[in-house]
Write a new protein. Structure first.
Length: 355
Protein backbone atom coordinates (compact mmCIF):
# COMPACT_ATOMS: atom_id res chain seq x y z
CA UNK A 1 0.00 0.00 0.00
CA UNK A 2 2.86 2.44 0.74
CA UNK A 3 4.40 1.75 -2.65
CA UNK A 4 1.13 2.40 -4.45
CA UNK A 5 0.57 5.63 -2.52
CA UNK A 6 4.04 6.86 -3.45
CA UNK A 7 3.46 6.04 -7.08
CA UNK A 8 0.12 7.83 -7.09
CA UNK A 9 1.50 10.97 -5.49
CA UNK A 10 4.47 11.30 -7.84
CA UNK A 11 3.17 9.99 -11.15
CA UNK A 12 2.82 12.38 -14.05
CA UNK A 13 -0.56 13.38 -15.41
CA UNK A 14 0.07 11.19 -18.43
CA UNK A 15 0.41 8.04 -16.28
CA UNK A 16 -2.19 8.94 -13.65
CA UNK A 17 -5.05 7.35 -15.56
CA UNK A 18 -3.17 4.09 -15.90
CA UNK A 19 -2.46 4.02 -12.20
CA UNK A 20 -6.01 4.85 -11.10
CA UNK A 21 -7.17 1.28 -10.72
CA UNK A 22 -4.11 0.24 -8.72
CA UNK A 23 -4.40 3.21 -6.37
CA UNK A 24 -8.08 2.77 -5.63
CA UNK A 25 -8.09 -0.93 -4.70
CA UNK A 26 -5.28 -1.79 -2.35
CA UNK A 27 -7.01 -2.65 0.97
CA UNK A 28 -6.80 -6.08 2.57
CA UNK A 29 -10.59 -6.53 2.43
CA UNK A 30 -11.15 -5.70 -1.24
CA UNK A 31 -13.11 -7.90 -3.60
CA UNK A 32 -11.54 -10.69 -5.61
CA UNK A 33 -11.28 -8.44 -8.69
CA UNK A 34 -8.43 -6.47 -7.06
CA UNK A 35 -6.71 -9.42 -5.43
CA UNK A 36 -5.94 -13.06 -6.06
CA UNK A 37 -7.14 -13.74 -2.51
CA UNK A 38 -10.75 -14.91 -2.05
CA UNK A 39 -12.87 -12.49 -0.04
CA UNK A 40 -14.65 -14.09 2.94
CA UNK A 41 -16.83 -12.69 5.68
CA UNK A 42 -16.77 -13.50 9.37
CA UNK A 43 -19.50 -12.39 11.74
CA UNK A 44 -18.37 -12.25 15.35
CA UNK A 45 -21.24 -13.21 17.67
CA UNK A 46 -20.25 -10.90 20.53
CA UNK A 47 -17.29 -9.06 22.03
CA UNK A 48 -18.19 -8.98 25.72
CA UNK A 49 -16.40 -12.15 26.84
CA UNK A 50 -12.73 -13.07 26.96
CA UNK A 51 -13.40 -16.19 24.92
CA UNK A 52 -14.96 -14.39 21.97
CA UNK A 53 -12.45 -11.55 22.17
CA UNK A 54 -9.74 -14.18 21.80
CA UNK A 55 -11.52 -15.63 18.76
CA UNK A 56 -11.69 -12.11 17.31
CA UNK A 57 -7.94 -11.74 17.86
CA UNK A 58 -7.09 -15.01 16.13
CA UNK A 59 -9.34 -14.60 13.07
CA UNK A 60 -7.32 -12.04 11.05
CA UNK A 61 -4.11 -13.87 11.91
CA UNK A 62 -5.36 -17.09 10.35
CA UNK A 63 -6.93 -15.24 7.41
CA UNK A 64 -3.48 -13.93 6.52
CA UNK A 65 -1.95 -17.37 7.04
CA UNK A 66 -4.50 -19.00 4.71
CA UNK A 67 -4.29 -16.28 2.05
CA UNK A 68 -7.80 -14.89 2.46
CA UNK A 69 -9.10 -11.34 2.28
CA UNK A 70 -11.39 -10.65 5.20
CA UNK A 71 -14.39 -8.54 6.09
CA UNK A 72 -15.93 -8.73 9.56
CA UNK A 73 -19.05 -7.69 11.44
CA UNK A 74 -20.33 -8.17 15.00
CA UNK A 75 -23.94 -9.25 15.58
CA UNK A 76 -23.78 -8.69 19.36
CA UNK A 77 -25.80 -11.79 20.24
CA UNK A 78 -28.74 -10.52 18.13
CA UNK A 79 -30.05 -12.73 15.32
CA UNK A 80 -31.67 -9.72 13.60
CA UNK A 81 -28.25 -8.04 13.40
CA UNK A 82 -26.73 -11.27 12.13
CA UNK A 83 -29.35 -11.39 9.37
CA UNK A 84 -28.60 -7.77 8.42
CA UNK A 85 -24.87 -8.44 8.49
CA UNK A 86 -25.34 -11.39 6.15
CA UNK A 87 -27.10 -9.07 3.68
CA UNK A 88 -24.13 -6.71 3.88
CA UNK A 89 -21.71 -9.53 3.16
CA UNK A 90 -23.79 -10.62 0.16
CA UNK A 91 -23.69 -7.08 -1.24
CA UNK A 92 -19.91 -6.99 -0.76
CA UNK A 93 -19.47 -10.11 -2.84
CA UNK A 94 -18.00 -12.49 -0.28
CA UNK A 95 -17.24 -15.99 -1.52
CA UNK A 96 -17.89 -17.62 1.85
CA UNK A 97 -19.20 -16.71 5.30
CA UNK A 98 -18.39 -17.88 8.83
CA UNK A 99 -20.83 -17.16 11.64
CA UNK A 100 -21.66 -18.28 15.17
CA UNK A 101 -25.45 -17.91 15.48
CA UNK A 102 -26.46 -17.87 19.14
CA UNK A 103 -30.12 -18.48 18.29
CA UNK A 104 -29.68 -21.72 16.37
CA UNK A 105 -33.32 -21.96 15.24
CA UNK A 106 -33.93 -18.42 13.96
CA UNK A 107 -30.94 -18.46 11.60
CA UNK A 108 -32.60 -20.92 9.17
CA UNK A 109 -34.01 -18.33 6.67
CA UNK A 110 -30.63 -16.62 6.38
CA UNK A 111 -28.91 -19.93 5.73
CA UNK A 112 -31.47 -20.72 3.02
CA UNK A 113 -30.80 -17.38 1.32
CA UNK A 114 -27.03 -17.90 1.39
CA UNK A 115 -27.45 -21.42 0.02
CA UNK A 116 -29.59 -20.08 -2.84
CA UNK A 117 -26.81 -17.63 -3.70
CA UNK A 118 -24.23 -20.44 -3.54
CA UNK A 119 -22.29 -18.79 -0.72
CA UNK A 120 -20.87 -21.55 1.50
CA UNK A 121 -21.33 -21.11 5.24
CA UNK A 122 -19.32 -22.45 8.16
CA UNK A 123 -20.86 -22.13 11.60
CA UNK A 124 -18.52 -21.87 14.57
CA UNK A 125 -19.23 -23.10 18.11
CA UNK A 126 -22.94 -23.58 17.35
CA UNK A 127 -24.90 -25.83 15.02
CA UNK A 128 -28.08 -24.70 13.24
CA UNK A 129 -31.21 -26.60 14.22
CA UNK A 130 -32.24 -26.77 10.56
CA UNK A 131 -30.69 -25.77 7.27
CA UNK A 132 -27.45 -26.60 5.49
CA UNK A 133 -23.94 -25.35 6.03
CA UNK A 134 -20.67 -26.54 4.50
CA UNK A 135 -19.22 -27.47 7.91
CA UNK A 136 -19.86 -26.96 11.60
CA UNK A 137 -16.65 -26.22 13.55
CA UNK A 138 -17.35 -27.08 17.13
CA UNK A 139 -16.30 -29.22 20.06
CA UNK A 140 -18.43 -31.99 21.57
CA UNK A 141 -20.60 -29.90 23.88
CA UNK A 142 -22.21 -32.94 25.45
CA UNK A 143 -18.74 -33.92 26.61
CA UNK A 144 -18.50 -30.53 28.35
CA UNK A 145 -21.48 -31.36 30.52
CA UNK A 146 -20.38 -34.94 31.10
CA UNK A 147 -16.85 -33.94 32.08
CA UNK A 148 -18.13 -31.31 34.51
CA UNK A 149 -20.47 -33.90 36.01
CA UNK A 150 -17.72 -36.49 36.45
CA UNK A 151 -15.40 -33.97 38.06
CA UNK A 152 -17.97 -32.63 40.53
CA UNK A 153 -19.40 -36.08 41.20
CA UNK A 154 -15.95 -37.36 42.10
CA UNK A 155 -15.04 -34.36 44.26
CA UNK A 156 -18.36 -34.49 46.15
CA UNK A 157 -18.13 -38.23 46.70
CA UNK A 158 -21.44 -38.74 44.91
CA UNK A 159 -23.50 -36.76 47.44
CA UNK A 160 -24.58 -33.18 48.00
CA UNK A 161 -25.99 -30.23 46.08
CA UNK A 162 -24.73 -28.37 43.03
CA UNK A 163 -25.89 -25.36 41.02
CA UNK A 164 -25.73 -25.43 37.22
CA UNK A 165 -25.57 -21.94 35.71
CA UNK A 166 -26.97 -22.72 32.28
CA UNK A 167 -26.29 -20.74 29.15
CA UNK A 168 -29.07 -20.00 26.69
CA UNK A 169 -31.44 -22.88 26.04
CA UNK A 170 -32.24 -21.39 22.62
CA UNK A 171 -28.69 -22.45 21.74
CA UNK A 172 -27.63 -26.01 20.90
CA UNK A 173 -24.64 -25.46 23.20
CA UNK A 174 -26.78 -24.61 26.21
CA UNK A 175 -29.06 -27.54 25.54
CA UNK A 176 -26.23 -30.02 24.98
CA UNK A 177 -24.33 -29.04 28.12
CA UNK A 178 -27.47 -29.00 30.26
CA UNK A 179 -28.86 -32.31 29.05
CA UNK A 180 -25.52 -34.10 29.27
CA UNK A 181 -24.81 -32.81 32.80
CA UNK A 182 -28.26 -33.84 34.01
CA UNK A 183 -28.13 -37.24 32.29
CA UNK A 184 -24.69 -37.97 33.74
CA UNK A 185 -25.74 -36.98 37.25
CA UNK A 186 -28.88 -39.13 37.15
CA UNK A 187 -26.95 -42.12 35.88
CA UNK A 188 -23.76 -41.90 37.91
CA UNK A 189 -24.48 -39.69 40.94
CA UNK A 190 -28.20 -40.00 41.78
CA UNK A 191 -27.63 -38.69 45.31
CA UNK A 192 -26.47 -35.30 44.06
CA UNK A 193 -29.21 -32.68 43.81
CA UNK A 194 -28.86 -30.35 40.79
CA UNK A 195 -30.38 -26.86 40.77
CA UNK A 196 -30.57 -25.70 37.15
CA UNK A 197 -30.58 -21.93 36.65
CA UNK A 198 -31.24 -20.41 33.21
CA UNK A 199 -29.07 -17.33 32.63
CA UNK A 200 -29.11 -16.71 28.84
CA UNK A 201 -25.31 -16.34 29.00
CA UNK A 202 -25.71 -13.24 31.20
CA UNK A 203 -23.13 -12.89 33.99
CA UNK A 204 -25.24 -10.58 36.15
CA UNK A 205 -28.20 -12.94 36.00
CA UNK A 206 -25.94 -15.88 36.86
CA UNK A 207 -24.50 -14.10 39.91
CA UNK A 208 -27.94 -13.11 41.20
CA UNK A 209 -29.31 -16.63 40.84
CA UNK A 210 -26.26 -18.21 42.45
CA UNK A 211 -26.53 -15.84 45.39
CA UNK A 212 -30.21 -16.72 45.86
CA UNK A 213 -29.52 -20.46 45.76
CA UNK A 214 -26.67 -20.20 48.24
CA UNK A 215 -28.89 -18.21 50.59
CA UNK A 216 -31.60 -20.86 50.34
CA UNK A 217 -29.17 -23.79 50.46
CA UNK A 218 -25.94 -22.83 52.26
CA UNK A 219 -24.79 -26.46 52.01
CA UNK A 220 -24.31 -26.28 48.23
CA UNK A 221 -20.86 -27.69 47.45
CA UNK A 222 -20.53 -27.42 43.69
CA UNK A 223 -21.10 -24.98 40.82
CA UNK A 224 -21.08 -25.79 37.11
CA UNK A 225 -21.05 -22.65 34.99
CA UNK A 226 -21.48 -23.42 31.33
CA UNK A 227 -19.17 -20.64 30.19
CA UNK A 228 -16.69 -18.15 31.59
CA UNK A 229 -19.34 -15.44 31.27
CA UNK A 230 -20.21 -16.31 34.89
CA UNK A 231 -16.66 -16.42 36.28
CA UNK A 232 -16.34 -12.95 37.77
CA UNK A 233 -19.80 -12.95 39.34
CA UNK A 234 -19.39 -16.45 40.75
CA UNK A 235 -16.11 -15.57 42.44
CA UNK A 236 -17.64 -12.39 43.85
CA UNK A 237 -20.64 -14.24 45.30
CA UNK A 238 -18.46 -16.94 46.84
CA UNK A 239 -16.21 -14.27 48.38
CA UNK A 240 -19.21 -12.44 49.84
CA UNK A 241 -20.43 -15.70 51.36
CA UNK A 242 -17.02 -16.50 52.85
CA UNK A 243 -16.73 -19.54 50.58
CA UNK A 244 -13.83 -18.46 48.36
CA UNK A 245 -11.34 -20.56 50.30
CA UNK A 246 -8.53 -23.03 49.61
CA UNK A 247 -9.64 -26.35 48.04
CA UNK A 248 -8.44 -28.16 51.17
CA UNK A 249 -10.77 -26.10 53.38
CA UNK A 250 -13.99 -27.97 54.20
CA UNK A 251 -15.99 -24.83 53.26
CA UNK A 252 -14.63 -24.90 49.70
CA UNK A 253 -17.22 -24.94 46.90
CA UNK A 254 -15.97 -26.82 43.86
CA UNK A 255 -16.39 -24.81 40.65
CA UNK A 256 -16.16 -26.08 37.08
CA UNK A 257 -16.29 -23.74 34.09
CA UNK A 258 -16.20 -24.07 30.30
CA UNK A 259 -13.94 -22.07 27.96
CA UNK A 260 -10.27 -22.21 28.97
CA UNK A 261 -9.63 -18.46 28.98
CA UNK A 262 -6.44 -17.24 30.70
CA UNK A 263 -8.35 -15.97 33.75
CA UNK A 264 -9.83 -19.43 34.33
CA UNK A 265 -6.43 -21.07 34.13
CA UNK A 266 -5.02 -18.55 36.60
CA UNK A 267 -7.99 -19.10 38.91
CA UNK A 268 -7.41 -22.86 38.86
CA UNK A 269 -3.74 -22.39 39.72
CA UNK A 270 -4.74 -20.03 42.56
CA UNK A 271 -7.32 -22.48 43.94
CA UNK A 272 -10.26 -20.15 43.29
CA UNK A 273 -11.96 -22.53 40.86
CA UNK A 274 -11.18 -26.16 40.26
CA UNK A 275 -11.60 -27.11 36.61
CA UNK A 276 -12.62 -25.96 33.17
CA UNK A 277 -12.97 -27.38 29.68
CA UNK A 278 -10.63 -25.68 27.22
CA UNK A 279 -12.82 -24.66 24.30
CA UNK A 280 -10.34 -23.98 21.47
CA UNK A 281 -10.79 -20.33 20.47
CA UNK A 282 -7.68 -20.49 18.31
CA UNK A 283 -8.75 -23.61 16.43
CA UNK A 284 -12.28 -22.29 15.97
CA UNK A 285 -10.82 -19.33 14.09
CA UNK A 286 -8.34 -21.44 12.14
CA UNK A 287 -10.68 -24.17 10.97
CA UNK A 288 -13.64 -21.89 10.26
CA UNK A 289 -11.45 -20.17 7.67
CA UNK A 290 -9.82 -23.44 6.59
CA UNK A 291 -13.20 -24.92 5.66
CA UNK A 292 -14.35 -21.73 3.95
CA UNK A 293 -11.25 -21.84 1.75
CA UNK A 294 -11.83 -25.54 1.10
CA UNK A 295 -15.42 -24.85 0.07
CA UNK A 296 -14.33 -22.08 -2.30
CA UNK A 297 -11.72 -24.45 -3.77
CA UNK A 298 -14.39 -27.11 -4.37
CA UNK A 299 -13.15 -29.63 -1.80
CA UNK A 300 -15.46 -32.03 0.02
CA UNK A 301 -15.23 -33.96 3.28
CA UNK A 302 -16.70 -37.06 4.82
CA UNK A 303 -17.05 -38.42 8.37
CA UNK A 304 -13.96 -39.78 10.07
CA UNK A 305 -10.73 -38.81 11.79
CA UNK A 306 -8.92 -35.69 10.60
CA UNK A 307 -5.25 -34.78 10.46
CA UNK A 308 -5.70 -32.23 13.26
CA UNK A 309 -6.72 -34.43 16.21
CA UNK A 310 -10.46 -34.19 15.68
CA UNK A 311 -13.33 -36.21 14.27
CA UNK A 312 -15.83 -35.21 11.61
CA UNK A 313 -19.29 -36.62 12.33
CA UNK A 314 -22.46 -36.56 10.27
CA UNK A 315 -25.09 -34.82 12.36
CA UNK A 316 -27.86 -35.35 9.85
CA UNK A 317 -28.18 -35.77 6.11
CA UNK A 318 -26.04 -33.15 4.43
CA UNK A 319 -24.58 -31.70 7.65
CA UNK A 320 -21.05 -32.45 8.87
CA UNK A 321 -19.46 -31.29 12.11
CA UNK A 322 -15.74 -31.21 12.87
CA UNK A 323 -15.53 -31.86 16.60
CA UNK A 324 -12.27 -30.32 17.78
CA UNK A 325 -10.43 -31.43 20.88
CA UNK A 326 -11.50 -29.73 24.14
CA UNK A 327 -9.73 -31.23 27.17
CA UNK A 328 -10.74 -31.09 30.82
CA UNK A 329 -8.29 -28.85 32.72
CA UNK A 330 -7.52 -29.23 36.44
CA UNK A 331 -4.84 -28.24 38.94
CA UNK A 332 -3.33 -31.72 39.16
CA UNK A 333 -3.94 -33.20 35.71
CA UNK A 334 -5.69 -36.17 37.29
CA UNK A 335 -8.43 -38.48 36.04
CA UNK A 336 -11.96 -37.96 37.33
CA UNK A 337 -14.73 -40.48 36.77
CA UNK A 338 -12.67 -41.95 33.95
CA UNK A 339 -12.09 -38.53 32.35
CA UNK A 340 -8.40 -37.57 31.94
CA UNK A 341 -7.37 -33.95 32.39
CA UNK A 342 -4.40 -31.69 31.69
CA UNK A 343 -2.78 -29.33 34.17
CA UNK A 344 -3.78 -25.68 34.08
CA UNK A 345 -0.19 -24.61 33.31
CA UNK A 346 0.13 -26.92 30.29
CA UNK A 347 1.70 -24.93 27.45
CA UNK A 348 -0.45 -26.72 24.86
CA UNK A 349 -3.52 -24.81 26.08
CA UNK A 350 -4.35 -21.76 23.97
CA UNK A 351 -5.18 -19.81 27.14
CA UNK A 352 -1.50 -20.04 28.14
CA UNK A 353 -0.28 -18.70 24.79
CA UNK A 354 -2.00 -15.37 24.27
CA UNK A 355 0.96 -13.20 25.23
Amino acid sequence: MKLRTALCSTASALSALALLTACSGGGSSTAATSSDKPLVGVDYPRSDTDFWNSYIKYTPEFARELGLDLKTTNSQNDVAKLTANAQTFISQGVKGLAMAPQDTAAIAPTLAQLEAKKIPVVTVDTRPDTGKVFMVVRADNRAYGENACQYLGTKLGGKGKVVMLQGGLDSINGRDRTEAFNDCMKKNYPDIKVFGEATNWDGAVAAQKLQTRLTQHPDIKGVYMQSSFALSGTLQVLKQKGLLVDPKDKKHVFVVSNDGIPEELKSIAAGKIDATVSQPADLYAKYALYYLKAAIDGKTFKPGKTDHDSTIIQVREGLLEDQLSAPLVTADGGTYGGVPSVKSDDESLWGNNLG
